[in-house]
Write a protein that binds this ligand. Sequence first.
Ligand SMILES: O=C(O)COP(=O)(O)O
Length: 235
Amino acid sequence: MRNQDNKPVAAVLFDLDGTLLDTAPDLGAALNHVCHLHQRPAVPAERFTPYASHGSRGLLNLVFADDIAASQEQLLPQLRQQFLSYYHDNIATHTRPYDGIAELLAALQEADIKVAIVTNKPIALTHRLLPHYPEFAHIEVVVGGDTLPVAKPSPEPLLHAAEQLGVHAHSCLYVGDAERDIQAGVNAGMATVLAAYGYISDEDQPQRWGADYTIETPQQLLRILSVADALTQSL
Ligand SMILES: O=C(O)COP(=O)(O)O
């Protein structure tokens, strides 16, 4: 694949939740822990999974939106602390890379395409989570939601990752499953790929997000890279 300047892609930047890792089961368990503490019924997976890319606040809002609003946000820090404390202690119980991610990352490595992770997950939790998965061991550039003063949809975290990788933003591809991911990629001047296998809810209208490409499986990313033919033979 070539970018607007007809240059090959030098780096692929990935969102984490809903793109590389299926984190929803552990995030949902944290939500249900908070529900239990507050005597609320547990939320089924089909209800929380589409919101798993929206962070602790997005998930807590599924149950506690009215309470948070009625308390004028006073309740949020307590709920968030309860959520994050449980998640910290149970971060990699059910979380797994999506099928094909290990092969995709290996193929990119073989093709000398650099890779980084740009997530809105707090960086301390990200660094706690990633070592559970050996397929990410070679990824040195990881930008979290609080690495900089601003998070996605700001382009800054993506530009920071490109700088760390030593590549121009225009030669990067950003892959993510949420509107803020596509906005951040567009704002950063990167080509954008919507991971349609991730966490997308019925309220979302991903066809309006303006992604340059859409993939239904991680392997499909190779098809949209100029190296696809050579690499897919090695898969
Ligand atoms: O934890 C979040 O806020 C979302 O994380 P993500 O950016 O990797 O989807």
